[in-house]
Write a protein that binds this ligand. Structure first.
Ligand code: PEP
Ligand code: MN
Length: 337
């Protein structure tokens, strides 16, 4: 249910409404919009109805949210969510590009790539320190050492850091180094991990699973929001289809669909979505044309020596070219890069 407050409702009115919501056994989520304040109430559906709150001072109406995802839906919040991380905004008019290697490998690699992607126009450095690999025998990441190297790269370049967290126990550690926590495709339905990142204040980039429907994806986001962390961005990174020519099929339908259903910013990962460096630039352009708020792209100075995901990693000069092509599309659709 959404409690829509009147335009002139007082702080006292809101306090009383929240008190009543709690008494009825629901949890409140207050959203201060440009026009007015709304209070989302979530709880078990068999609880006593909230409709009676319509009679309380300051309340304009009480309306049900029909979708199973509540806090992430446009019904709950009409205006797009803009995630602010110091001087950058994700979900605003500007297209944000995150770039860097699949894995943090060593100091010279990450510093070199960080400088290159910054020069080309990236605002966020990506790099995995904890790697969720299909094979237990594959490189699992440098872990804490990798986080420290990311910190060094941040100090040298000023780029924000996005890096993956794969278990709830590592959330506090990764929070010390990351500006954005990445939840990988394989963990999209790891509900204890989703709840753990929902309890912290860091923005989260949630990747769609390779066989997750859009509705399931939004329900996963709901797990994070329901714990009080509203700074969630949704990342399309390709799904499994019958096609074998590409690593995954980048489902760009998801972008306008999610933008219609949800207020959360959308990001596209054409590196994992295609698996092939040659087609990453056109798919990046298509993603921005489709309405994505940003891109996350794998870049490596020596793709043929990369420990992970070399075939889908762009050399810095190819990445710089991509940024210029994406800039043209961004301007064509009334956005900035
Ligand atoms: C990654 O970003 O390197 C990664 C492992 O991505 P995904 O979770 O989308 O497979
Ligand atoms: Mn990768």
């Amino acid at each position: 249910m959404i409690i829509v407050m009147e335009r002139g409702a007082s702080k006292e009115d809101l306090k009383n409404v929240i008190k009543r919501i709690r008494e009825l056994g629901y949890k409140e989520h207050v959203i201060h919009g440009v026009e007015r304040t709304v209070v989302g109430c979530v709880g078990h559906e068999d609880k006593r109805p909230l409709q009676a709150l319509e009679t309380m001072p300051g309340v304009e109406s009480v309306v049900p949210i029909l979708k199973p995802y509540k806090l992430s839906s446009r019904e709950m919040k009409k205006e797009k969510t803009v995630i602010k991380i110091e001087d950058i905004q994700i979900g605003g008019n500007e297209i944000i590009i995150m770039a860097g290697p699949c894995s943090v490998e060593n100091e010279s690699q990450i510093i070199h790539i960080a400088k290159e992607v910054k020069k080309a126009g990236a605002k966020v450095l990506r790099g995995g320190a904890f790697k969720p690999r299909t094979s237990p025998y594959a490189f699992q990441g440098l872990e804490k050492k990798g986080l420290k190297l990311l910190e060094k790269a941040k100090k040298e370049t000023g780029l924000k850091i996005i890096t993956e967290v794969i278990t709830p126990v590592d959330v506090p550690l990764v929070c010390e180094y990351a500006d954005i926590l990445q939840i990988g495709a394989r963990n999209v339905q790891n509900y204890s991990l989703l709840k753990a990142v929902g309890k912290v204040k860091k923005p989260v980039l949630l990747k769609r699973g390779m066989s997750t429907t859009i509705q399931e994806f939004l329900m996963s986001a709901e797990y994070i929001l329901s714990q009080g962390n509203y700074n969630v961005m949704l990342c399309e990174r390709g799904i499994r289809t019958f096609e074998t020519m590409t690593r995954f099929t980048l489902d760009l339908n998801a972008i306008p669909m999610i933008n219609y259903l949800s207020h959360l910013p959308t990001i596209v990962d054409p590196s994992h979505g295609t698996g092939y460096w040659r087609i990453i630039e056109p798919m990046s352009m298509a993603a921005i044309a489709a309405g994505a708020d940003g891109l996350i792209i794998e870049v490596h100075n020596e793709p043929d020596h990369a420990i992970s995901d070399g075939p889908q990693s762009l050399k810095p000069e190819k990445f710089a070219h991509l940024v210029e092509s994406v800039r043209k599309i961004a301007e064509a659709v009334g956005r900035k890069l």
